[in-house]
Design a protein around this ligand. Sequence first.
Ligand code: CA
Length: 377
Amino acid sequence: MQVSSITAHVLRAPLEEPFAFSQFSYTHREAMLVEVRTDDGLVGWGEAYGPARLTGTIVHEFLGPLLLGQDPRDVEANWELLYARSVDYGQKGVMLAAISALDIACWDIKSRAVGQPLYRMLGGSHADSIQCYATGFYFPQSEPVERRFEREARRFVADGFRAMKIKVGLGVERDVELVQRVRGVVGPAVKLMIDANHAYTPTEAIALGRKLEDADLWWFEEPVSCIDVDAYLEVKSRINIPLAGGECESTRFGFKPWLQRRAFDYCQPDICACGGVSEGMKIAALASLTGIHVTPHAWGSAIGQAAALHFYAARPRQPFTLTPDRKLIECDCSENPLRTSIVREPIAFVDGDWKLPTTAGLGVEVLPEALEQYRAG
Ligand code: CA
């Protein structure tokens, strides 16, 4: 079996309502999907996180030609080839996101070739579903944040979520008021996390964390700079809330200092950014040495979402426990037509859980008409 063609699809979907987080606002969502075809008719899909035109160009001009003619089932050899040929120019960011997309597509093909769901190829799972947490609570433009947060909290509970993540970063006092407002709506039984998207200095993050210590938060995500291990350690040592981070990091080499120094409690590699399924498994293996939970970041299209789910499904809890309440996967609930409208049958969401697909590969089928509808001009 040989890779016979690779297509980089750059997609862009305008939003009905722009929204913001602590860093900037969105007027549209985008994704770069790779379609890898083989000489015997198999098709695999992958996705790159980040600027779609950049990652698409990397696949089209540089990495894709290296993979042509290779056997897509040789995932390790293919990964090493792509990484070795690009490491001199890009060890993180868009280069690794482009490698991620190709790696995911190769795994999709490898699983489809034997008719198995991807998670089974990665180690398997005794469970048939994973509990989701809702990612939402972005800052709207059309109404006060307070009103939107209350309405969204009620909607998530009504939809079956038992865990949800709140965006913070509007300033310590405002964040405290908003988080307490959501806690008041959802009650004590729902798990709440907060995510600052690295908006704060250690001093500010510590102040926020201390003021929220009685809000019973499951984790505080990206409190400080995503490239400053020492800042994480400072915050971690001074507040009683677990820290989460890692969505901006790439490869086992990038994650090494974070894990070695135990800079966070929840490690969040993005499978579409960290180097793909192959590299995600290595990062998870490193994390298993340190007592740090892995829970993938996922903020992409239906392809990225499926890749994160299969990867996570096949990661056993570390350490083993009869009480499964530490395994939670991110379920982006913000507006994104590329997540909700590009596959034939989205992954089933039942009672706050995602059901693991039973069909081969990623378990989702891309709609050709959706590719045309959202193709970036
Ligand atoms: Ca985040």
